[in-house]
Design a protein around this ligand. Structure first.
Ligand code: GLU
Length: 331
C-alpha cells in the first residue's frame, strides 16, 4: 500500500561537494518571489527557509568570490493553486504546491480547479501533507458522514485544501448543500473560528506538526478524524499523487491515537521560462545546506535528497535543477 512516511528517520548523508570546476553564475542582481501559503502553515516556512539558504550562500559568496546575485522574498499567499496561476502569469517566480495540483496543472486535467500550465516545472518535493479534517471538541463528529448538517470550512479559493476537499466531497457524493454552511475561511482564520464556535469542522492539507492546527487541537481540544474508508482507499488506488499517511499519536494534545488519513506531498515548482542559472543556484543553496534546512521546521526533519528529487513530481524537472542533481551523481 502506498504510504507517506511522516516519522521514520531515514536521512541520507549528503556529501559535501567541492565546486572547484563550477563557474558561478555571473548573474546581475536578480530578485525572486516565492509563493507560499498562510502565515501559520508550513509553506510559509518552506519559502522563507529557501530564501534563508539563498542569502546564506550569498554571504559565503561575498567571502569566497562565488557570487550569485540573487535576492529572495517569500510572501504569504492563498496557497497551491494560487501560486501555480501566478507563476503562469509571471507574477511569481517560484511556488510551493501540493503534488495533486502540480499534476493537474501540468496535465490540464482539472481546469475548473487549477489553471492548465504545461510549462510548469518541478525542482523537488518537500514534506508530506496529510489531509486533515479537524473537528470541534463538542461537535459530535467522528467520521465523514457526521459532517452532514454541520458548518464546515472548505478553504479559501486558491488553496490546495479547497481543491482536495472538493475532490473528497465528490468522491463521497457530498455537496456543499449537505452542510448547514460551507465557509471559505483562510488557513489562518479557520482554527480561531473553530475555537470560537463559528464552525464545526475544517479541511486542511498541511505538514505535521504545524502551528495553525495546534491553535485548535492544543488551544480548544479539537480532534483530527480518521479518513480511511473505501472512498479514500479508492482515491489512493486510482491516483498516483495520493498515498495513505499516519499522523502519529502524541503529535498534538488531542492525538491520543494514530490518525489514518490520505495525503499528498508539498512540492516546489517554477516555470520552464525561469532562468536556468537561478534555478541551479536555488537548488544548490538548498541541498548544500540541507542539514540547516532540516532544522528549520519539525516537518522537515526527515527530508531525504534521494526522495526529494523524485517523489511527488509529475511535471518535468527544470533543467537548472537537473544539472545540479546530475553533478551530484543523484541521477
Ligand atoms: N497545502 C496548503 C495549500 O496548498 C498549504 C499548507 C501550508 O501552508 O503549509 O494551500
Amino acid at each position: 500500500m502506498k504510504k507517506l512516511l511522516l516519522s521514520a528517520a531515514c536521512a541520507l548523508a549528503v556529501g559535501v561537494a567541492t565546486f572547484a570546476a563550477v563557474s558561478p553564475a555571473q548573474a546581475q542582481k536578480k530578485f525572486i518571489a516565492i509563493g507560499t501559503g498562510g502565515p501559520t502553515g508550513v509553506y510559509f516556512v518552506v519559502g522563507n527557509s529557501i530564501c534563508r539558504m539563498i542569502h546564506k550562500e550569498a554571504a559565503e559568496g561575498r567571502k569566497t568570490g562565488r557570487k550569485h546575485g540573487i535576492r529572495c522574498s517569500a510572501p504569504s499567499t492563498g496557497g497551491s493553486t494560487y501560486n501555480i496561476g501566478q507563476i503562469s502569469e509571471g507574477e511569481l517566480d517560484f511556488g510551493v504546491a501540493q503534488s495533486d495540483w502540480q499534476y493537474h496543472a501540468v496535465n490540464g486535467s482539472k481546469p475548473d480547479k487549477v489553471k492548465p500550465y504545461d510549462k510548469l516545472r518541478a525542482l523537488f518535493s518537500v514534506h508530506p501533507e496529510p489531509f486533515h479534517i479537524i473537528v470541534g471538541a463538542d461537535s459530535g463528529i467522528s467520521g465523514w458522514g457526521d459532517l452532514a448538517g454541520k458548518r464546515v470550512n472548505i478553504g479559501n479559493p486558491g488553496s490546495g485544501q479547497r481543491g482536495t476537499m472538493e475532490v473528497l466531497m465528490e468522491a463521497h457524493s457530498t455537496g456543499t448543500g449537505d452542510f448547514a454552511q460551507a465557509t471559505e475561511l483562510t488557513s489562518t482564520e479557520q482554527s480561531k473560528a473553530l475555537c470560537d464556535g463559528k464552525i464545526d469542522a475544517y479541511g486542511y492539507t498541511v505538514g505535521v506538526p504545524n502551528a495553525g492546527v495546534a491553535v485548535a487541537t492544543d488551544g480548544c481540544s479539537a480532534k483530527i478524524i480518521n479518513l480511511a474508508s473505501d472512498v479514500e482507499k479508492g482515491l489512493v488506488d486510482q491516483f498516483p499523487y495520493y498515498a495513505f499517511a499516519t499522523i502519529p499519536a502524541g503529535t498534538y494534545k488531542t492525538t491520543d491515537a494514530d490518525v489514518t488519513t490520505f495525503g499528498v506531498m508539498a512540492t516546489f515548482v517554477t516555470s520552464a521560462d525561469q532562468d536556468e542559472e537561478v534555478v541551479y543556484e536555488l537548488v544548490r543553496a538548498v541541498f548544500e545546506n540541507i542539514d540547516d534546512f532540516r532544522s528549520l521546521h519539525p516537518a522537515f526533519a526527515n527530508l531525504d535528497p534521494a526522495k526529494m528529487i523524485k517523489d511527488g513530481l509529475s511535471a518535468p524537472l527544470h533543467p537548472g535543477a537537473e544539472r545540479y542533481y546530475k553533478e551530484q551523481g543523484w541521477m
